[in-house]
Design a protein around this ligand. Structure first.
Ligand code: AMP
Ligand code: ZN
Length: 467
């Protein structure tokens, strides 16, 4: 079976066939964070969905080249640095650094490229694009000094968001980066400097100013990946106006179809409302880590609901993720004990990793995929209870689980164990090497009293959270 994905452009599930004639290379662009604050876990739902997509395509042997941009100049970043009284670059650097730390905690694969909008080559590219668009009448400089995209010049405008332009009757111009469908109109490509911009400006053929948010992504995407992309993703709130604007700017510039497949994930909700900074109903990853959850648990909670379904965020949901992970951990530990030194060679294959992948082929059907995994865990646990799983079969299970884990990235790792525990483990290892069993036992009790379970295995000490 081939990979099938829901394309927002056609509103249907389509077979995924990349533009590459060899059918291997995949060019994927993902709108990254606006670095004016710590990303909240609603943002991370979008990045984890993109991570799932990339990892699944890679498991299916596609070669994915992914770009994730950093929006480090826009209305929000400028406002933020003015309030703090620091330079824009200094203000955004703090949140860029935090973002990369968070990606690592959540085990999100790093993109091949992380371009930032303010890099001189991209500002240059934005100016080139706007100059071209203006020369062909797709854009014009208005009386206010800013340059706008003329939406009536692009017949396909509104195709992605399925807008009926006649009904909406576009009027006026829009200078802000974000707006609703109801206030459709020509949007800003280049914003002339005003006092509120402070020292944030670049020289351009239209005088001092700065780019609009939408042109930033068109410039970075086409500069790195070329005029035609296979996949472009984001949260559903990016679909209009941001992605609609990206299509208009890019296609008028290149005369090619900008993107073949548009994928959008539904929102992370809190009490039926979108989690967002403006609504004030958000949690950052840091907030949750302070409450004792790990990046692995948060990742699992965010990945385990289909990307096109709204996901209601609750702490109970995180506890359920913790319970599911301990089930997987216990099973993996048991398989390790059973497998001992056996190798998986020559043993008939378990079909489970393939069933897992097949479920994901179907528009990333994660519920189906996880159901396969947990059925498999139940069945093989039963076989182990009855002593019916051979050592070689256990080794095969672990190898197959490796395929699943390359996508879920859910396996327990030392990274999730807090520092105090790893220190105690080290002390205990030293005590055991010195045959100081009394100290070893005391240290074990300390670890247990801190809510962790400890096992001594051939591979060494293994800890899991006692939940
Ligand atoms: P921003 O930093 O606001 O540009 O958003 C970065 C990414 O997070 C975009 O792809 C948004 O669509 C996405 N996003 C923002 N809020 C949520 C949410 N509550 N649920 C899912 N995705 C979101
Ligand atoms: Zn974007």
């Amino acid at each position: 079976m081939e990979v099938r994905l829901f394309n927002s452009l056609t509103r249907s599930i389509e077979p995924f066939r990349p533009l590459d004639p060899k059918g291997e290379a995949v060019k994927m662009y993902t709108c990254g964070p606006t670095v004016y604050n710590y990303a909240h876990i609603g943002n991370f739902r979008a990045y984890i969905f993109e991570d799932l997509l990339q990892r699944h395509l890679e498991a299916r042997r596609f070669k994915v080249e992914r770009v994730m941009n950093l929006t480090d100049v826009d209305d929000k970043t400028i406002r933020g640095c003015r309030v703090m009284g620091v330079r824009l670059a200094e203000f955004t650097q703090r949140y860029k650094d935090a973002f990369f730390e968070d990606l690592a905690q959540l085990r999100i694969k790093r993109a091949a490229h992380f371009p930032a909008a303010t890099e001189p080559r991209y500002i240059q590219r934005m100016i080139e694009m706007i100059t071209f668009l203006e020369s062909k009448d797709f854009a014009y400089k208005a009386e206010d000094g800013s340059v706008y995209f003329r939406i009536s010049s692009f017949a396909d405008y509104g195709r992605l968001a399925h807008l009926n332009l006649e009904e909406l009757r576009p009027s006026g111009r829009i200078n802000t980066d974000e707006y609703e469908k109801e206030s459709i109109g020509d949007f800003a490509l280049w914003k002339v400097w005003n006092e509120e911009d402070g020292d944030v400006w670049w020289e351009s053929p239209w005088g001092r100013g700065r780019p609009g948010w939408h042109i930033e992504c068109s410039a970075m995407a086409t500069a790195i990946l070329g005029p035609e992309l296979d996949i472009h993703c984001g949260g559903v709130d990016n679909l209009f106006p941001h992605h609609e604007a990206e299509i208009a700017q890019s296609e008028c510039f290149t005369s090619k179809q900008f993107v073949k497949y548009w994928l959008h994930c539904a929102h992370l909700l809190v009490d039926s409302q979108k989690m967002s900074k403006s609504a004030g109903n958000f949690y950052t990853l840091r907030d949750l880590i302070e409450r004792g959850y790990t990046g692995r648990e948060i990742r699992y909670a965010l990945i385990s609901v289909h990307y096109r379904l709204p996901l209601n965020f609750t702490l109970a949901g995180l506890d359920a993720a913790r319970a599911a992970l301990s089930r997987i951990d216990a099973w993996v530990r048991r398989l390790h004990e059973r497998a001992q030194a056996a190798s998986a060679g020559g043993v008939p294959s378990f079909p489970e990793s393939e069933s897992f992948l097949k479920a994901l082929d179907d528009d990333l059907n994660i519920s189906g995929a996880l159901a396969c995994l947990f059925d498999w865990i139940r069945d093989t646990n039963r076989m182990m209870d009855l002593g019916e799983l051979s050592e070689a079969q256990a080794a095969k299970c672990l190898a197959d689980f490796g395929v699943i884990n390359s996508i879920l990235a859910c396996e327990a790792a030392q990274i999730d164990v807090p520092k105090e525990i790893t220190q105690l483990l080290e002390e205990r290892q030293n005590a055991r090497a010195a045959r100081d069993w009394a100290l070893s036992d005391t240290l074990r009790d300390r670890i247990l009293s801190m809510g962790w379970m400890l096992k001594d295995t051939k591979q060494g000490q293994q800890v899991t959270r006692n939940s």
